[in-house]
Design a protein around this ligand. Structure first.
Ligand code: UDP
Length: 412
């Protein structure tokens, strides 16, 4: 049983929670279904895990369904993900056929849940073709895109677009990602749950436990990146930045921690590359974590002096938000949703190269008072913009606008 909605009052104030209840009241009993392709691993699962119970508590009949497929399906959707984020990755017909076939099969399983739903949120490209299989659908269908589709590899976007145009609306995390589509588009950035195991305040002994568990020296600075092992997250760039700083600050320790997502088949290969690049430096800690390691990730982020997220493409970057909420200065790649969160010298630093990251790591470690100042600002920025309560408010407003056809909606 997770936290109840009233437990957020201490963090966001009573008025915010009252407002949520008011917005939800006209939607009471409405059947809302979220669909994605993994229950664990990655940001979408992280969000739905908490958003769905809170929608239920607010009176909506909300559920979460997960589609599944065989290896070729995940191979296809991972290539699609890479192509939509800009890599020129052609996808063979065999894989696209498997993509569509898997969606047809999943549609049969989910027909009962989806045809009579009032609102269906389809998250990301993997389940996008489901809608076509539901000619008798009753409700509004929303395509919720979490990835950076600002400069997609055109042939793959063109292919996916044929499914997306059939939706009633789509949601992107920021304006730069929105595409030409013939329906309403909404901008809703993601969020973190401040009361989840990943983000709640931890007693000091729980933070301290990671020093022993992962053989870290609590008296020397630690820099950490938490991410799936994915090339877009640039773990090799993080290692390069670390090595540049380590040359003059030998006390530095690096933690690269991540696990897989069930819908991401490339993780193992990337992890092997990272291990290879790290060599035998005892101060580099490459951790492979199980999917439920939320408290450990929380503690690792809190035990760090600086959090890194040196992505070269990033839909949003929940790990950035998570680090900021823990009052850490985050050094993030100058890309996608990281730009919504990090403002140089205020809430962190944005970088484009390992050299840039190294420069900012050195700067912060030499100026501990800036670590504190930036960390404090970062936390307040997240409180005001990227908590689950704001996200819920925007989803409720979106549903009201779509279901009731109100004219007042946020249009692009
Ligand atoms: N995460 C996790 N275990 C891992 C790696 C990541 O729990 O081994 C979590 C991380 O804390 C964050 C989410 O997965 O909440 C990743 O979201 P993000 O938006 O940063 O990236 P995505 O994986 O969705 O591209």
């Amino acid at each position: 049983m997770g936290p109840t909605i009233d437990q957020y009052i201490d963090i966001v104030g009573k008025e915010t929670i009252t407002h949520l209840r008011e917005l939800a009241a006209p939607l009471a009993g409405m059947k809302v279904v979220h669909v994605n392709s993994t229950r664990v691993g990655g940001g979408v699962a992280e969000i739905l895990d908490r958003l769905v119970p809170l929608m239920q508590e607010l009176g909506l009949d909300c559920s979460w369904e997960v589609i599944s497929g065989k290896d070729d399906f995940y191979h296809c959707t991972k290539s699609m993900h890479n192509a939509l984020q800009g890599n020129a990755v052609p996808i063979g017909k065999h894989y696209l056929d498997e993509f569509e076939r898997t969606n047809v099969e999943n549609a049969e399983q989910l027909r009962g849940a989806l045809t009579d739903a009032d609102v269906v949120f389809i998250h990301d490209p993997q389940p996008a073709p489901l809608l076509r299989q539901m000619p008798d659908r009753k409700g509004k269908w929303i395509w919720r895109c979490h990835i950076d589709v600002s400069k997609p590899y055109r042939p793959v976007w063109k292919y996916l677009r044929q499914f997306v145009v059939e939706y009633d609306a789509s949601v992107f995390s920021l304006a730069g990602f929105a595409q030409q589509l013939p329906h309403q588009m909404y901008l809703i950035p993601p969020s973190i749950d401040p009361l989840s195991a990943k983000n709640r305040t931890l007693p000091q002994n729980e933070v301290d436990s990671v020093y022993d568990e992962f053989d870290l020296d609590r008296n020397r600075p630690i820099i950490t990146q938490i991410s799936r092992y994915d090339r877009f997250k640039d773990p090799i760039g993080v290692l390069e930045a670390y090595k540049l700083v380590k040359a003059t600050m030998p006390e530095l320790q690096l933690v690269l921690a991540g696990g897989g997502a069930t819908d991401d088949p490339e993780g193992e290969a990337v992890l092997a590359e990272v291990r290879d690049a790290a060599g035998d430096d005892p101060d580099v800690h490459i951790l492979l974590l199980p999917p439920d390691a939320h408290t450990k990730i929380n503690a690792l982020q809190r035990a760090s002096s600086i959090v890194l997220q040196k992505s070269i493409k990033e839909g949003f970057g929940l790990t950035v938000t998570e680090g900021m909420w823990k009052s850490k200065p985050v050094i993030g790649g100058d890309t996608g949703g990281i730009r919504l969160q990090i403002f140089d010298h205020h809430t962190g630093f944005r970088v484009n190269t390992p050299e840039g990251a190294a420069m900012r790591i050195r700067y912060l470690l030499k100026n501990p008072n800036h670590i504190e100042r930036i960390g404090d600002k970062a936390k307040e920025f997240v409180r005001n913009n990227f908590l689950l309560t704001r996200h819920l408010r925007e989803y409720l407003s979106l549903m009201l606008a779509l279901v009731r056809g109100d004219s007042e909606r946020v249009e692009l």
